[in-house]
Design a protein around this ligand. Structure first.
Ligand SMILES: O[C@H]1[C@H](O)[C@@H](O)[C@H](O)[C@@H](O)[C@H]1O
Ligand SMILES: [Fe+2]
Ligand SMILES: [Fe+2]
Length: 299
């Protein structure tokens, strides 16, 4: 009977794709442990969500409940409907500095510190100019918080895909059961509203600082595609670290994944580096910024 055959095939395919996912997780972990970034650090002390404080736990509970397909469509429409500000990169960094990120268990330093620590770690490893600038700007999308966001749940934190089943590779996966999409007959299926292997350009990654900054930077800088991938996916841990959502990837995304993984250690493990001297570093980074950006851009 065709029904039985297709069900049987489907199950086998699911098992194979789960196995592929598991291999990807292992690869990501091996890659991470071998990454050339500071081998003296104990990397197991970062991202400890089980033992994180209530501030972090409450943040994700709210985010996982409120990031629905409906919200994501509205957020993108709102983004396209207006320009929020016009300013240069350094000014944007200064503006962001007052934000304290509620989702982050690993740093209580200011955002400017985190941006400089990331860029400096990349620079110390002798990586190219464009990657240093990417480190310097990668979290500037958190400016959304000053541009009418509803809270922090639509700005910071790890990202995931909406419109298809929430992966259990997300942190606190049980909290998705409070999201109305969790019970939706289409959104709760493996591919949901998407075609298998449709490519991540064609899916909605939960709205926040990554997606926002990606769109801001794309048309207004000369940064390469790898930099855009690093910006767009740096919070997409279930994908770049845990190997989830591979069934939605296409060929192009393989390069994006490689770039994102190359960037991640600098973002994450620089969080306990010594604080930087912003005014001393400023001339160096202003020169770099000028190589890739005009003096002011639309936000
Ligand atoms: O808490 C952090 C923080 O908000 C980062 O900016 C984001 O990129 C990470 O994914 C998240 O875990
Ligand atoms: Fe980030
Ligand atoms: Fe960051």
């Amino acid at each position: 009977m065709p029904g039985i055959i297709s069900k049987h095939d489907g199950n086998e395919l699911d098992t194979v794709s789960d196995a592929v996912d598991d291999v990807n997780v292992l690869k990501a972990k091996v890659w991470d442990s071998q990454s050339e970034f500071d081998s003296t650090k104990d990397k197991t002390t970062f991202r400890q969500y089980e033992t994180a404080c209530d501030r972090v736990k409450n943040f994700y509970k709210e985010q996982h409940e409120k990031q629905t397909v409906e919200f994501n469509i509205k957020a993108r429409a709102d983004f396209n409907s207006r320009t929020r500000a016009r300013m240069g990169i350094w000014q944007a960094m200064e503006m962001l500095d007052t934000l304290v990120d509620e989702s982050d268990p690993d740093t209580s330093l200011t955002q400017i510190e985190h941006l400089l620590q990331t860029a400096e770690a990349i620079r110390r490893d002798g990586k190219p100019d464009w990657m240093q600038v990417t480190g310097l700007i990668h979290d500037l999308g958190k400016l959304l918080h000053f541009f009418g966001s509803q809270g922090q749940w639509d700005v910071v934190g790890d990202t995931f895909i909406v419109g298809c089943a929430f992966s259990d590779k997300n942190i606190y996966p049980e909290t998705f059961s409070s999201n109305p999409d969790f019970h939706d007959p289409v959104y709760s299926t493996k591919c949901g509203i998407y075609e298998p292997n449709c490519g991540l350009d064609n899916v909605m990654v939960s709205w926040g600082h990554d997606e926002y900054l990606y769109h801001v930077v794309k048309g207004q800088s000369s940064l390469p595609d790898e930099a855009l991938a690093m910006i767009r996916y740096h919070s997409f841990y279930p994908w770049h670290r845990e190997g989830a959502y591979t069934h939605l990837m296409n060929e192009k995304d393989k390069k994006a994944l490689e770039a994102t993984r190359a960037f991640n250690p600098y973002d994450l493990y620089s969080k306990d580096d010594e604080p930087c001297n912003a005014e001393k570093l400023r001339p160096y980074y202003e020169d770099l910024i000028a190589k890739f950006f005009p003096p002011e851009i639309d936000w």
